[in-house]
Design a protein around this ligand. Structure first.
Ligand code: PEP
Ligand code: MG
Length: 325
């Protein structure tokens, strides 16, 4: 990336009127660690744990997982690392755990799989908590939650794993901050109920957009109607941050949208506490935020929320940020 952007690595992500916006990264591959640190990441908002699972021929053991998680936590410590529990199914299937369905995106994926296989879930959360010993920068995040009972079942398993570990190890282990991904439309309207029960919310805008608009996120034929700036998506994004804040919780976003400079400006104005993105997009987002004021971002947002056409929203935002850079 350009020298100009590279020079921003150690500069804070702050608007011209001094509003501070933390920029985190999404990781999965080992190589993402160096890439992220190089670009000045301030934390990990989404470690896709299924990536190391995909690179193997069988489920990694508890000890193998502990090592993988320890490497992430150590590399970023004391910065927070948000590990998502296994999110397979949908478009991500493990060769040694095949799932065949007519409607994989509406089927057995994410938390649905791991609640049906608590042995997989328990091993994973035990490995995460063991890896966190002596570091304390682990956050845990649950994918595809669509109801309160589902969330409560997952939380109970985590508490159980924690109690068992403390008993086995004979010393106190910190219980990590736990959060819920908001990526199913039902979760948008349950955000307060979820927020009451966990430490944070994080919007998965890739799936949320797909499910809100009923458009497959990977189907080229309908790619032009997979619209990140669709007014319904923007309303949902605003709704989640308001409801999360009403319960006193931090609300982040870890979908691809956060890495789009224009969207980042809108999300900041909506009140998102942290944006988590692919490391390659971070320097550009930072440079755009550093060239705009929160006051201007809020004006842009206010106007955008009255608009009725995603293509016009995109054009308006791009024009607005160009003017301020
Ligand atoms: C999302 O759905 O926005 C998300 C961050 O998760 P994934 O892309 O891994 O489904
Ligand atoms: Mg998702």
């Amino acid at each position: 990336f350009s020298k100009e952007l590279e020079a921003l690595k150690d500069e804070p992500c702050v608007t011209t009127d001094d509003y501070r916006l933390p920029l985190w990264v999404n990781t999965g591959l080992q190589a993402d660690i160096a890439r992220s640190l190089d670009r000045g990441a301030e934390g990990v908002g989404l470690f896709r744990t299924e990536v190391p699972f995909l690179l193997r021929e069988r489920f990694p053991s508890e000890e193998e997982q502990r090592k993988i998680y320890r490497e992430q936590l150590e590399a970023f410590a004391p910065m927070p690392v948000t590990m998502r529990t296994l999110d397979v199914g949908g478009d991500k299937s493990l060769p040694y755990f095949p799932i065949e369905e007519d409607n994989p995106f509406l089927g057995w994926r994410g938390i649905r799989v791991t609640l049906d296989h608590p042995e997989i879930f328990l091993v994973q959360v035990r490995a995460m908590m063991k890896a966190n010993a002596g570091l304390g920068n682990l956050r845990m995040m649950l994918p595809m939650i669509s109801s309160v009972p589902e969330l409560e079942e997952a939380l109970e398993l985590i508490y159980r794993a924690h109690d068992e570990l403390v008993e086995e190890l004979g010393f106190e282990l910190e219980l990590p901050l736990i959060g819920v991904m908001v990526e199913v439309p039902a979760a948008v309207y349950q955000a307060r109920q979820f927020a009451k029960r966990v430490g944070f919310l994080s919007v998965g805008s890739n799936d949320l957009t797909q499910y809100l608009l009923a458009v497959d996120r990977n189907n080229a034929r309908v790619a032009d109607i997979y619209q990140a700036f669709h007014p319904a998506v923007l309303q949902a994004l605003q709704h989640v941050v308001r409801d999360g804040h009403a319960e006193g919780r931090k609300v982040g976003i870890c979908g691809e949208l956060a890495g789009e400079p224009g969207a980042a400006v809108l999300l900041m104005a909506m009140g998102y506490d942290v944006l988590s993105m692919n490391a390659t997009t971070l320097p550009k987002v930072k440079s755009v935020i550093r060239n705009i004021s929160m006051k201007r971002a809020k004006e842009i947002l206010a106007h955008v929320m009255t608009m009725e056409n995603a293509a016009e929203v995109r054009e308006y935002i791009n024009q607005s940020i160009e003017e301020s850079s």
